[in-house]
Design a protein around this ligand. Structure first.
Ligand code: ATP
Length: 860
């Protein structure tokens, strides 16, 4: 097959069908299934999924873990097999936890990637069907429209003005014009114009191709390294935490080395036990889990967002969502339902309500027929296929008992100039009884310039258009002209005869007005940017609350004459931009960004891609959007709904807050451990913890509350706050001060317990009490990290079942160590009488109560 494929671009169509054993009708389901098993799924297997065993083993590749294993080995050599067994058991359990978290995070990222994977329209059993791109197989006939991603290599069977962006393959940034003609067999890749290639995008026109290669057997397969995996790169937050973690680690390692030296040289402890303790302290104090906690919380957050119809393609987008301060949204389908129904017509100088339209009326008939012929949509028993503007036209025909198939076969379409939202027009050429006729439909203001009308007629049409638009209706104009040959081009769209107007209603989505209100309350400015008419857009924007007192609706052209500086001053005054071009979108986004805003921007068309890339968060439409737009976006909406963006912002803020909670929990707890050890050293007391204590806390009882905090339910406050400033990191001064204070309180409780134990039963008892208090205080501290407000004795205290579970699991592990006599020696724990157990519980709970009281004080 691979041999054959190399020659494919020069073979004739008939030979090709014969070679691939299929026909114009495409494959049957059975044939497709057979071929799929023979050629394999159509995907690049460049990135291999890691086996869980490998992930498990990777957990041991950490510098600190290796040190611990070394320490365990030395223990065995010195005959202390018990300590070694406990250390190894704790490390292994930690590795199991780490593996489970990593596998889960990878699985949810994988399912996200699947969700945003491209689909393809194939001809199966003679009908066009949309299927996941990975199910396309050799011999399939694939239908291409502008904006589609080409998902396999293949030979073109048909093309109408087809252009493809093959930059990913050839580096050529200009789209390549395609043909169905023969091409010499030795042509270089970029010149094989009768072929399309996986990894490229259709930027213009329409076509069909026969799949000749899939998966790794494509040109793209050969450059598989080009495939960028969503989520591979670290997010800015992860990077800044990594850097912070590295600096902190260096400081802690120096501190641990000092403590090691003092223990051996000053206190005369054995090298082995001092080494073990220094390593354990390093493990306990170094926040090695920071970056992985971020990944885990982000992946939980993205899974929740995906369930709520926002699929995240780049993890960075989740962080950014929390800071979004401007949302630029298009109108059709995002703020409105994209369910068009024709309401009024204007033909032969008369406004006609749709109920009174009449195909039999010779004055209306040309307009109604043009509406059916100059449209690509189909409506049949399987539903509607195509642009809703066009399905509304086909439904209009249906109203009068017309079968679109019959009309279209009676006056067949010979050629076309496809719709393009820049040109805002579409033309088709048909064989009518009198000769060749070109039919054009499109935006009224654009098409009127290309028709032959008197001043008076034009004024009247414009005033009807204005009246329709004020009612929020979308208006299309229709015109026709005779042509000599079907080979028409853009110049032929001139000197046309005006046929009439058709106005349709696209009601706002029910959720739009509440979502806009929520946005405004959350300090986010909603802006409508649409290709539609200014008056129509303003009517809808006013209805849903975007266009408010003091702001205006303008046409995109208004900003053409403005400098970037002027535009920067202008944007806050405008809530609606109509008739915008893709360049306008980029300039508007940039102007808002220059004012210090983080901008989310929606888009669906091929031309929207640059603006989606320019925006901080590009949001593509999953249903109506092109693959080009999805590829450029950081987030894809699977329901094309504005309200989903607002919910995603809320989730983004929630995820960020949860990451902050988890980090606060880890850092303050680690700080408490260091403070206690430092205090004991400076006060000339014995070492407060055995190495195994620190390992137990850090590797076992600490991870669960940190993850549980990452799943903290959102509070209603989130969307009443202003957006987080775009450059504000997590580790602000205030955050670090809080970490310091909370760590100090826990260290005080731990040191108090240490003293109580020392007095009652010497070093073993002191160390057991210090360990138990630190462990339990940190478990309680999870509840303090829930909110900046006090939560003790409130419903909120109990609203995170994961945190309650993590607390219960941690407390049960601690109880096992303290209460099961067989475990006591393993964990260097002395038996604690009931009164001391009570003291531990009281001090741990007390540390939380003090932290809560401090929160209350600070709020006052
Ligand atoms: P938005 O940018 O909010 O999605 P939109 O759908 O109105 O708005 P475009 O699709 O760019 O934006 O359409 C711009 C204009 O082109 C419309 O106002 C309409 O007049 C015209 N138009 C839309 N669809 C078609 C079509 N299928 N054929 C011809 N003209 C069309």
């Amino acid at each position: 097959m691979a041999e054959k494929k190399k020659e494919v671009w020069s073979e004739s169509r008939v030979e090709l069908f014969r070679e691939l054993g299929c026909g114009e009708q495409g494959l049957t389901d059975g044939e497709a299934a057979q071929r799929l098993s023979r050629f394999g799924p159509n995907e690049l297997s460049g990135e291999k999924k890691k086996a869980p065993l490998r992930i498990f083993l990777e957990q041991f590749a950490d510098f600190l873990v290796i040190l611990l294993i070394g320490a365990a080995a030395v223990s065995i050599a010195l005959g202390d097999a018990e300590s070694a067994a406990v250390i190894l058991a704790v490390i292994t359990m930690n590795a199991v936890l780490g593996t489970v978290q990593t596998v889960k995070a990878a699985a949810s990222l994988e399912s996200l990637k699947r969700m945003s994977a491209p689909t393809a329209k194939v001809v199966r059993d003679g009908a066009v069907r949309e299927i996941p791109g990975r199910e396309v197989t050799v011999g399939d006939v694939v239908v291409l429209d502008a904006g589609d991603a080409v998902c396999a290599d293949g030979r073109l069977l048909e093309c109408a003005a087809l252009k493809a962006d093959e930059s990913a393959l050839t580096g050529e940034s200009l789209p390549v014009e395609k043909t169905t003609g023969e091409v010499p067999a030795d042509a270089p890749l970029g010149d094989r114009r009768n072929m399309v290639y996986s990894g490229s995008f259709i930027t213009y026109g329409r076509g069909r191709f026969l799949v000749t290669g899939v998966g790794m057997d494509t040109e793209m397969g050969r450059i598989a390294a080009l495939l960028k995996a969503a989520g591979d790169k670290k997010t800015p937050l992860q990077e800044s935490l990594d850097q912070f973690g590295k600096k902190l680690s260096v400081g802690i390692l120096i501190l641990c080395a000092l403590i090691f030296a003092v223990s051996v040289l000053v206190r005369g402890e054995s090298v082995m036990s001092a080494f073990l303790f220094a390593v354990a302290l390093a493990v306990a104090a170094i926040p090695e889990a920071l970056s992985s906690i971020v990944t885990i919380v982000l992946s939980f957050g993205t899974r929740k967002m995906a369930k709520e119809h926002a699929v995240i393609r780049r993890l960075q987008a989740v962080e950014g969502l929390g800071s979004v301060s401007v949302i630029c949204s298009d109108k059709t389908g995002t703020l409105t339902q994209n369910k068009m129904t024709v309401q009024q017509l204007y033909a032969a100088g008369r406004i006609i309500p749709v109920e009174q339209a009449d195909f039999a009326d010779p004055l209306q008939e040309p307009l109604l027929r043009a509406a059916l012929l100059c449209s690509d949509a189909t409506v049949n028993e399987n539903g509607e296929v195509g642009d809703p503007t066009e399905t509304a036209l086909v439904r209009l025909g249906e109203r009068f008992g017309f079968d679109e198939e019959e009309i279209r076969s009676r006056w067949p379409r010979l050629t076309e100039i496809p719709f393009d939202s820049d040109r805002k027009l579409m033309s088709t050429v048909h064989q009518l009884s009198g000769g060749l006729m070109m039919l054009t439909k499109g935006a009224v203001d654009v098409l009127l310039d290309r028709t032959m009308l008197t001043e008076q007629e034009r004024r009247e049409i414009e005033s009807v258009n204005e009246e329709f638009s004020r009612q929020g209706l979308r208006v299309l104009a229709f015109a026709c002209r005779e042509v000599d040959s079907p080979a028409v081009n853009l110049c032929d769209e001139s000197a046309m005869d005006f046929l009439g107007l058709i106005a349709m209603m696209d009601p706002p989505r029910e959720e739009s007005a509440p979502a806009v209100a929520q946005c405004i309350a959350a300090g986010i400015r909603p802006v409508m940017i649409t290709g539609d008419h200014r008056v129509t857009a303003a009517a809808i924007a006013r209805k849903i609350g975007i266009l408010t007192e003091g702001t205006e609706a303008v046409e995109g052209a208004v900003i053409d004459s403005m400098s970037d500086e002027e535009l920067k001053e202008f944007v806050p005054k405008v809530s609606v931009y109509a008739r915008v071009s893709p360049e306008h979108k980029i300039r508007i986004v940039r102007a808002w960004q220059e004012r210090g805003n983080l901008v989310a921007m929606t888009g669906d068309g091929v031309n929207d891609a640059p603006a989606l890339k320019q925006a901080d968060i590009g949001v593509a439409m999953g249903v109506t959007g092109t693959e080009v737009a999805k590829d450029a976006a950081g987030m894809v909406l699977t329901d094309d709904n504005f309200a989903t963006i607002v919910r995603a912002v809320e989730n983004g803020r929630g995820v960020y807050a949860n990451i902050k909670r988890a980090i606060q929990f880890l850092l303050s707890g680690n700080f408490a451990a260091i403070l206690t050890v430092l205090y004991a050293s400076l006060a000339g007391l014995p070492v407060p913890f055995a190495a195994v204590h620190l390992l137990f806390i850090n590797l076992l009882t600490d991870s669960l509350p940190a993850i549980a905090l990452g799943l903290e339910p959102q509070d209603g406050e989130l969307m009443r706050q202003k957006p987080r400033p775009r450059n504000e990191g997590i580790l602000t001064r205030e955050f670090l001060i809080n970490v310091g204070i909370e760590g100090l309180v826990i260290a005080l409780a731990t040191s108090a317990a240490f003293h109580l134990g020392l007095r009652a039963g010497g070093a073993p008892m002191g160390s057991t009490m210090a360990f138990s208090t630190l462990c339990l205080s940190r478990l309680f501290h999870g509840f303090s990290c829930k909110s900046a407000r006090p939560v003790l004795f409130q419903k909120r205290f109990f609203n995170n079942p994961y945190l309650l579970g993590a607390f219960a699991a941690g407390a049960a592990l601690l109880a096992a160590v303290l209460l099961i006599p067989a475990l006591e020696p393993l964990f260097s724990a002395a038996a604690l009488p009931a009164a001391d157990l009570g003291a531990v519980a009281g001090l741990a709970f007390g540390s939380m109560a003090v932290i809560q009281a401090l929160k209350a004080l600070r709020r006052k």
